[in-house]
Design a protein around this ligand. Sequence first.
Ligand code: SF4
Ligand code: SF4
Length: 446
Amino acid sequence: MKKEALPKKPYITRGGIHVPHKKNTAAMQTVIMPPPRSVVLPMVQHIGAPCIPVVKPGQRILVGEVIGDSEAFVCAPIHASVSGTVKEIGSLLMPNGASVETVVIESDGLMEHKEYSSPAVGSSEELLRAVRASGLVGLGGAGFPTHVKLRVPPDREIDTLIINGAECEPYITSDHHEIVENSWGVMSGIYAVKELLGVRRVIIGIESNKPDAIELLKNMTENEKYDYKDEIRVLTLKALYPQGAEKMLIKACTGRAVPPGKLPSDVGCVVMNITSVSFLAQYLKTGMPLVSKRITLDGSAIKNPQTVIVPIGTQIKDIIEFCGGYSEPPKKIIYGGPMMGLALSDDSLPVLKQTNAILAFGEKEAEIPEADPCIRCGRCIDNCPMSLMPVCLSASADNCDIEKLRKYDVMTCIECGSCSYICPAHRHLLQSIRTGKQLFKEKTGR
Ligand code: SF4
Ligand code: SF4
């Protein structure tokens, strides 16, 4: 494949909306939370097959030991995030309604771990095995096992690695902090993945609302010491939601459109979250698997919004208590951002590998306005980044009309919520479309 030049500015994308950034924690230094009394580690923290617990109640455990794994290809092992004793193998109802097995570890507060050393990596295959052993999944929220993403089928030629630093959801600042506080890790991880994929073109996409992060990485990539072949470019993207959605990001960074039902690799791209590449660098240096996570804790019901590094499996209520508690009774708690995040039933659920934010809102912000009749303004259509007709999809879903759901291409919806946000009649479009997708999957087996 002929090497394309690095872009000087982003390509034009379709749709998207302007949302208030509310990045309240952007300028605050990340704090590290001490180990909680116990952690709850669900055996599903990724897209793919569940892990099976490999530990027993009463067993002494050290930080970084494998506690769950599976022989399935699309899976990533899960590691103990604190030292202590396995208290129980239980189960937990997740926000998507699925009941999953959990390993509960009672912490001894010592955070003891075995001696770890950097994995021996002499070939691409060894590197892929190391990525799997690290437990890495997409840390930006997707949770897709990274070793699967990086194992590109031989018939696909990848020429561009895109690093997703857009972080377009309001409130969330965890990737931003990763860049500013660990730029070495980011660059080092980019080089590891670049070598693995054999690509000569890397584009780091960051929204314009993070000028310090852009400047820092630009200074590094424009320095011959870090990028002597001039193969890495930081691209300042418009602050436009959902700029971090994979297909929109690929379009903005390369001008290439991923056709419906196709993957980034079909247009020669691999997209990785910026915190994921940074973790990879740390793993290759130390051998310590994925056991902690940086998250944004924010929202009107949180007394002291902060960016916190916590052991994976820490219960939300423990983090909130560590950060000073609630400022008012929470009416809505969300895993992730307000646009695409999942609403939680209570605050006893744990932080997962892919959790990048916990938001808690009080009465006023949690209120959902009554929907009025559609005024046929077309704003939902104009702003859909996937060129869909949300108003028609929503009506088809409400009528359980499978043929129309097919005609309006329901499975192309990325559930970004832009249509609901922009609708002047406050129609609950995304909610209907999600139900329509579920119905379509059940009836067609897709
Ligand atoms: S939620 Fe789906 S239909 Fe609505 S704007 Fe996003 S991609 Fe389009
Ligand atoms: S934005 Fe709302 S009111 Fe306007 S066409 Fe779409 S559903 Fe109807």
